[in-house]
Structure formats: C-alpha cells, structure tokens
Design a protein around this ligand. Structure first.
Ligand SMILES: *Cc1c(COP(=O)(O)O)cnc(C)c1O
Length: 878
C-alpha cells in the first residue's frame, strides 16, 4: 500500500542521552573515529543497518535500549567525554586565530560556494572530486578555525545511485532524500517560521527556497532547497537532482545557488550574528552569479555598475577546476538575457553589462554563448587552478581574455588540492602513527600538518607496516565480496549461482585500485587495450595482480556507459572474475575502504586533462603507492619512492588511438617488470622490504604535502587575506575612483605608445654583447594625457627562441626622466644587465599601474613597440 503522506517521527532521547543529539547533528563524527565508535556501541547491528549514519541510528534504536543506556554509568561517562571533546573542538583557539592575533589581518568571514559538497555518505550531495574537495575544504577550515560559511543546494535526489543490468549496462536510481532524515536542520526566523529566499523569474513567477543548515565542525553549511509548498511545481523541482536536466534547469539552479546563496548568507548572519563575509570564494563557475547579486546589493547603496564591479571583484576568489570544455557551463545568451533585467532577477542591473561579463571575447569564442568560467574570471580579482600544471594549462586556456600578455602572465595562479586526512586515513593507519607520537599529536599532524611529526613514520618497524597493509587488504577483500554478491543479486542471480564469490580476490595478492567518475578523458578502459596481456598479468603463476574498479558515468553519457559495460563484461569472464571486479555505486563509503585496501592506485588520464586528481592522494595517505600518468598533482610531487610514472605519448601528431596503444603498453610493462616484482620480492624476513620502504617514504615525505590543511592555509595566506585587504580598501568612494581611473585608462589607451627605443652605451656590436655588461635604455613613450603614475614602463628581457620570442622574460622597471615634450611624450630610462649568455633579446612595454590592482595584467591592457619602432631601435640582439 502506498502512503498518502509521510512524516518523520523524531526520537525523544531520555534526558541523560541528550548530548547524543548534538553529536549526531554535528558532522564532525564523520572524521572523528571515537565519536563513531560511541554511536556504534549504542547498537552495533543498528549501526550497520543505518549505514554508519548517527541520525538514522538514533531514529531506529528501540526505546528500551535507550532507557538502559540512560542508566549505564560507563556509557554516560563516555558520552560526556565525547560531548566535552566536541565542545573543546568548537570553541578552542586554532591556527587561524593565532595568525590573526599575530597581525595577519585575516577576513572576518569567508563564504564558500559550491554546487556540490561531499562531506559524508550520510549526506549524499556530491557526484565526485569537485564536491568531495569542497567537503574536505570545509572540514580543514574547521580544523584550522577558519571562519568559512559553506553555501550549496540541497538536492532532493542527490546524485544518482548506480546499479548494473544483467549484461552490464548502468542503471540509475534516484531515491528520495527526506531532509528530516538527514543531518540538517531548517534555518528559522526568530518567530520560528522557516527562513526563505525568493528570486523573481520571468513572467512574474517566483522561485522560493528554504535554507537547511548542516554543521561541519565549526563551519556552517547552508543548503538551499526549492521544494517548498508555495512554489509552483516547476520551481519546486529546481533542486531535484545534481547535474540533471536541461539548460534552463541548470541556469535556475545556478541562479538559486549564486543569487539565492548570497541572500541565504545575509539571512544567516542576521539571525546568528555571524560576521559578514569579506571574501566570497566560488568553487568552479557554477556559483558565479553570486558576484551579480553583490553588484545589485551595492547598486542599491548608490554605486554605479562599474564601481560596484570593482568593489565586488576585490573580495572575490574564483577557482577553476577543469580544462575539459564539457566541464564548463555555457548558456545561450538569450536564455540568460531572458532571466535577468526588469522582467526577471536583478532589476536595476543592466542586462547588457551582465551579458558582456560572460562573453567569450577571444579567437574561437562563441558569440552567442554565455560562459560561466569567463564570467567567474571577470568577477574575481583573484583566480586559481588546482595544481601547478593545471595553473599553467588554465593560463594558456584563458590567455585570450588578456590579449597582449604571454600566457605566463595571465593572472591565474594555482593552489594544489589537498585531502582531509582525518576523513580519509583508515583508523588502522592512524593508530600506527599514534603509537609513535601519541593520539593528540597524530591528530594535529593529520589536520594541521607539520612535517617533523610525520618523520616519526621512519621509526615504524617493517613488520608493523606490513601487518597493517595486510589487514587493510583483507578487509577490502571481504568488502568487495559483499558488494559483489549484492550486485549480482541485483543483476538477477540466485545464491546457488554465486558460490564463486567466496573465492574472489586474495588477501595476499598485489591489489590495484581504479575508481573515479567515467568521463572519457579518465580512460576507464585503457587497461583493456590488450585483453590477453591484461589476462596474463591477472593470472600470472607467481606474481599475479588483482584489480578493483568502480565508477559512475553521467546519466546522459552513453559513451561512458559503454565503457562501464566493456569493463563489466571483462570482469564477468569466469577465467578472470576472481581477479578483477567492477563494483557499482562508487561513493564515499566505498572509497573509504578502497583506498586503504589497495597496494597501488592507478590513474591514467589523457594528460593534461586531469586538473589535480585527489583519489591518489587519499590512497597515498594510507600507504598505497601511485601508478599514474604524470598529470595533476602527480606531475608536481612524483618521486621514485612514491610509485611509478606511466610514460605519456603526447607528442604532437600522435593520434588518440595510437596514444592509447602506447600508453597502455607502457602500463603493462610497468606492472609486469617493476611493480609486481617489487611487491613479490621477499627478503629474509619474508617481507617485501623495498616495497615497505616506499610505503614509509610515501607516508613520511609525501603525506604532509597532500593535506587539505596545507591547502586551506595556502588559500588563506595567498588568496583570502589579500582579497580581504583589497575588499577593505575599496569603500564606495575608492571603488568609484578606481572605476573612474580604469575608464580613463581604457579611453586613452589606443593612443598610448612606445615611440622610440634606444640603447645608449650599447656594446651590441654586430649583434653580440658581452656577459656582465649593461645597456642603458632610453625610451620615449606617448601617454595621451595620462601621467607617469598611471603607468609602468618596463623592459622585458630574456632568452629568445628562433622566432625572436622572449621565452623566460624578466622585467626591469624604467624610470621617468623627463617630459612631457611638446608632443606630449615622456622620456624613460633604466639599466638592463646582460646577465646570461646565448641568444638574448629585450623589448619595452607600457602597462597600467595603480596600487589597487592585484596584477598589472588586471585590465588586459598593454602597449608594445610597433614593428617599425622595434626594428629602428634594434631591439633584438642575436
Ligand atoms: C576522491 C574521490 C573522487 C575524486 O577522485 P579523482 O581521482 O579526483 O577522480 C571521486 N569520487 C569519490 C567518491 C572520491 O572519494
């Protein structure tokens, strides 16, 4: 029978057990093993059934059991200890407070927006790496005491759950998530009514949303939910699922996230007295509309669009996460135009100006599309990619937005991702460290970092490390069998057919893991390139390997689903099914077992499309070695002690098919010749000593770099603190002045020019010069009414390639030495040291200069000598 209405009956906890409710509602339990153990001891079986979710557990524990526990002195003592520990965690002064007290002038609050958050499997609001990174960011911020407010959407179906059909085709399910059964609570006004935000839609419609809050340690996470009764059915569905629906659906989600999100933050601050954010951070472009809402807020305070834009940019940070075009949101211009302006949201903000912000004004750009990443870059004075390599790739990719600048100068920096170790390090591994240095210091080492503490790993005995690795591998074997059995039942098999599953995987065989989403660039099936070869590796008589694979394809991606099916069919083959498995429904709960249980983590994307990749980091923190293409973080921190680099066949002109062949071949070779021999190379003590040494190095030397604590500290120091200072500097008057100055510069710029360049005391005879000599440059520039303080005139010098392009240029500021002459030209001078041998060249350029610009590329304006000026002056020397 189908119920006509559902509601949730909340458990009433006996008074002495009340603290359980706080412990369950603060998601810190998800990275605090002791709190989880406390919940588990309430009802071990119920804990299993509740999927390790305290809120569900409390809803299911029989009242009689609760009554007993309320009398159980030992339990109550543990409960008090856990509650006190949480209290200390929430109140104590931490890294951020220490920095701030030392005069770092850190922001009073930072709002962090993301379309998905992966905090725990119990709050399934993520699809993959982007969301889990956002979750790790909040958790690390909490550990460090950084005052973040997370902002996202609450999707009624989350992302989909994956299962398989009999023949291996991905099936998608969308279970309904009832917020009343999730670890969230409604934000309410003082009178108890639920707080609401409301957006105006075209045709007089409204999009309303409630605000749910989750507590992530010290950090509140606000999640907007459009499933409220006074919305029309269409609007109720706006937050139905993550990354589902067509273009208009996506646009509405992103308007709610960006615009509604700012309103939710304002509401939250009003109700709780939380400090207002000085910095807004948008995790990928989806939340970019937050900048427009803040422009609207300032317009209401009397600022014109350009001045408001300056004020908003100063305090905005934008992180780009992908060089894959399909990962970037682009909307039809018309669609965006239709939703903004006087008939839609942001009345009073000129629609044309909005549209310009998202325009792809570079060669190859689509004039009719509105690009969220491009808008993100224009609305943020500070932007970054997520690994050193990805920073460089992003600068190339977006260089067209800064014409006249070399990609190296494009103002996009990078902060390499990290992962939240307390979430991802298995308790067994944690205890290895805790035995050396004590639990408290081990906890600090994982959350805050500090490499001395990690050095203690060096003293752990080989046998101890290997025992733990074996235990973890064995746990994974049992987990895999359980999941595989469940999957086969779902695929329609009866128990009688499934006896073979008890023999799947072997706790003593080298175990390789590969799990991630299935976009084509990640190449799920590269390992199947030569199936016979792979079979030989799996079935090797003395050095076999076993492989665990998992991953979801996007529901609209049939190509990805074909890859899944190909993998499943291979793994179904009775000849190999005990050595390779595909586990459906990859998610955080599976990941937490998978990373620690594997010996080797495989990653074979098409370089350089993996912006960072974080699963390999989580694996490494558990002593798993990486086997990866040199992409993302691995390109930066690879070391021969940490694993193996799969060589890349990315020479220009190699077609993709051939490239896959070459790289797959290299992968097989590595496994056969290097990885497996080392794993099975047992010394006198029957231990693989060289392998264990690699595990030890991975933990001790690589480990501390991989922490989300390290990442968040970098964001604070390199991006949030400067953004907060810039934000404070831009009060309304200053914002107006800066906007006015920019307008003046843009107006004058077409007539700003380098007129004449000469090198006095030039020792460049016949095009050669001596190392150590100095050129005195004299340059005449036309500034068209601008003053010397408005610009910087620079010499740029360095090695030149065969096309006379300066490759590793250094800049030398030149000083004004007179002017203006009768034609309004200024003289600039300065020395240029010839401090390196070989082909060398220099040029001169003029850039805008203002103390409030984050970089001189900020306006995208630069003036360089015309061809004639350059040649007449003999600018280049060979
Ligand atoms: C870490 C993680 C990811 C991201 O993995 P990548 O290597 O960055 O692709 C995806 N899904 C889950 C469940 C994860 O834990």
């Amino acid at each position: 029978m189908k119920a006509i209405r559902r509601f949730t009956v909340r458990p009433v906890l006996p008074e002495p057990l009340r603290p359980l409710s706080d412990l369950a509602r603060n998601l810190r339990w998800s990275w605090h093993a002791e709190t989880r153990e406390l919940f588990q001891s309430l009802d071990p079986e119920g804990w299993q059934k509740a999927g390790g979710d305290p809120v569900r557990l409390l809803g299911a524990v029989p009242a009689a059991r609760l009554g007993d526990l309320a009398q159980d002195r030992r339990f109550l003592r543990r409960l008090t200890a856990a509650a006190d520990d949480l209290d200390d965690y929430l109140r104590g002064s931490r890294w951020y407070q220490t920095q701030d007290a030392a005069g770092a002038e850190l922001p009073a609050a930072i709002a962090y927006f993301s379309p998905e958050f992966g905090i725990t499997a119990a709050l399934p609001q993520y699809s993959g790496g982007l969301g889990i990174l956002a979750g790790d960011h909040l958790k690390a911020a909490s550990d460090l005491g950084a005052p973040l407010i997370g902002v996202g959407l609450l999707y009624r179906h989350g992302y989909f759950r994956q299962s398989l059909s009999r023949d291996g085709w991905q099936q998608e399910h969308y279970p309904v998530l009832d917020p009343n059964e999730l670890p969230v609570s409604l934000l309410r006004e003082e009178d108890g009514t639920p707080s609401r935000v409301s957006l105006a839609l075209p045709g007089g419609r409204s999009l309303r949303a409630h605000i749910w809050q989750a507590r992530v340690g010290r950090v509140p996470l606000l999640l907007l939910d459009s499933d409220v009764e006074d919305n029309d059915p269409g609007e109720r569905d706006v937050t139905d699922r993550l990354y589902g629906g067509g273009s208009e659906h996506r646009l509405l989600q992103e308007m709610l996230l960006g615009i509604g999100g700012v309103r939710a933050v304002r509401t939250y601050c009003r109700l709780t007295g939380h400090a207002a954010p000085e910095v807004f951070h948008t995790n990928e472009g989806h939340a970019g509309f937050l900048g427009l809402e803040r422009i609207r807020e300032l317009s209401g305070e009397g600022l014109d669009f350009d001045s408001a834009l300056e004020a908003v940019r100063a305090g905005t940070v934008f992180t780009t996460h992908t060089p894959v075009p399909a990962g970037i949101d682009r909307f039809d211009r018309e669609l965006v135009a239709h939703h903004f302006g006087d008939d839609g949201e942001l009345p009073g903000v000129d629609v044309e100006r909005i549209l310009q912000l998202g325009m792809e004004t570079y060669p190859g750009g689509e004039p009719n599309l509105f690009n969220m990443a491009v808008m993100g870059l224009r609305l943020a004075q500070r932007a970054n990619g997520v690994s050193t390599l990805h920073g460089a790739v992003s600068r190339e990719m977006f260089a067209g937005l800064w014409p006249g600048f070399d990609p190296a100068e494009v103002p996009i920096t990078s902060v390499t991702n990290g992962v939240h170790a307390p979430t991802w390090v298995a308790p067994e591994v944690f205890r290895l460290g805790a035995r050396q240095i004590g639990a408290g210091r081990a906890e600090d080492a994982l959350s805050v970092g500090g490499s001395q503490r990690w050095d203690a790993v060096a003293d752990i005995a080989d046998g101890e490390i290997w025992d733990v690795r074996r235990v973890l591998r064995e746990q994974l074997v049992y987990e895999v069998r359980d999941r595989l059995r469940a999957s086969w039942r779902q695929r329609g098999a009866g128990s009688a057919e499934l006896g073979w599953i008890d023999g799947v995987l072997d706790p003593d065989v080298l175990t390789i893991g590969f799990a991630r989403r299935v976009p084509s660039y990640k190449r799920l099936t590269l390992m199947l390139r030569d199936k016979d070869r792979l079979m030989d590796l799996l079935l090797h008589p003395t050095r076999p390997v076993q492989i665990v694979v998992a991953g979801k394809a996007h529901p609209a991606d049939d190509g990805g689903k074909r890859l899944v099916r190909e993998l499943v069919r291979f793994a179904d083959d009775p000849r190999v099914r005990h050595r390779i498995v595909f586990l459906p429904d990859y998610g955080m709960a599976m990941a937490q077992k998978l990373y620690p249980g594997c010996d080797v983590w495989l990653n074979n994307p098409l370089r350089p499309l993996e912006a960072c990749g974080t699963s390999g980091m989580k694996a490494a923190l558990n002593g798993c070695l990486n086997l990866s293409v040199m992409d993302g973080w691995w390109d930066e921190w690879f070391g021969p002690d940490y694993g193996w680099a799969i060589p890349t066949a990315d020479a220009v002109g190699t077609d993709e098919d051939r490239r896959d062949d070459l790289e797959a071949h290299a992968l097989y070779e590595l496994i056969e010749q290097r990885v497996a021999p080392r794993f099975y190379d047992r010394g006198d003590s029957d231990l693989p000593e060289r392998w264990i040494e690699m595990v030890r190095q991975t933990l001790a030397s690589l480990g501390p770099k991989l922490l989300a604590g390290r990442m968040v500290r970098e964001y604070v120091e390199r991006l949030y603190a400067p953004a907060a200072r810039a934000h404070r500097a831009l009060d309304p008057d200053t914002a107006r002045e800066l906007a006015g100055w920019k307008a003046r510069l843009r107006g004058a710029w077409p007539r700003v020019a380098v007129d004449h360049v000469e090198a006095l005391a030039a020792t460049a005879v016949n095009g050669t010069a001596e190392l150590g000599s100095t050129l005195a440059l004299r340059v005449r520039v036309a500034l068209d009414g601008l003053q010397p303080e408005d610009v910087e005139v620079q010499a740029v010098a360095g090695r030149v390639d065969s096309a006379d392009h300066i490759t590793d240029g250094q800049t030398f500021p030149l000083k004004p030495a007179g002017g203006p002459d009768l034609e309004g030209r200024w003289l600039y001078e300065g020395p240029l040291a010839l401090d390196r041998t070989g082909p060398f060249g220099y040029t001169v350029r003029i850039l805008p200069a203002h103390p409030l610009l984050a970089t001189s590329a900020d306006l995208g304006l630069v003036a360089v000598p015309s061809e004639e000026t350059g040649e007449a002056a003999g600018v280049l020397m060979r």
